[in-house]
Design a binder for this molecule. Sequence first.
Ligand SMILES: [Zn+2]
Length: 235
Amino acid sequence: MNVDVLAFGAHPDDVECAAAGVILNITLQGGKVVFVDLTQGELGSFGSVESRMKEADNASEILKLFGREQLYLEDGNIKNNHGNRLKVIELIRKYKPRIILANAINDRHPDHKKASELVSEAAFLSGLKKIVTFDEDIQQEKWRPEAVYHYIQDYFIQPDVVVDITDVFEKKMSAIKAYESQFVSANDSSASGILALLSQIESTNKIFGRAINVHYAEGFTVERYVGAKNLLDLL
Ligand SMILES: [Zn+2]
């Protein structure tokens, strides 16, 4: 199976908040995108694992995802170890993505940096044939994506690439609102948590948009140079 994008997040809602716009740009054009949640977000202060799963399903529908996987790593204790790298490699080889999206390279939540390093190393190692993995007893072929992009989350990080998401901005916000229970406690009927989050995301997307003279954009950092055959392709 070949998908366009395999998008990893330490917690359900990480990719939605930081990169749902670029995902919609691809899926609305018929592209195939699969999300991988590394944990169930079981340490989240509000809602339950069950409510989060239901919300993730709703968000997946809004984003027209081709699929969504769960790796059941430990929330708050994501480790970049051999066993976890193999789990990530198995999914990369299963879906053969052109692009991988990963967590921010540095962030307030320590899981984000660790997830970023775990996915980044697995993306490289997945291209080595002597690392042997199986999918239902069948040995998998090596696969290395063409690019790994890290989205930008809570901490401001200078992006290397910004992508115009103006046309899909409202739909992106709908996907984030699917996670309302994560940001609203039972005692907080004012829903201030979700409003603060939405306003923070809007501000960040406006700042990145300003850099390329559009209303809203998402920013990413790259691990290698961004290459083009023709400079005009970058316009
Ligand atoms: Zn997170």
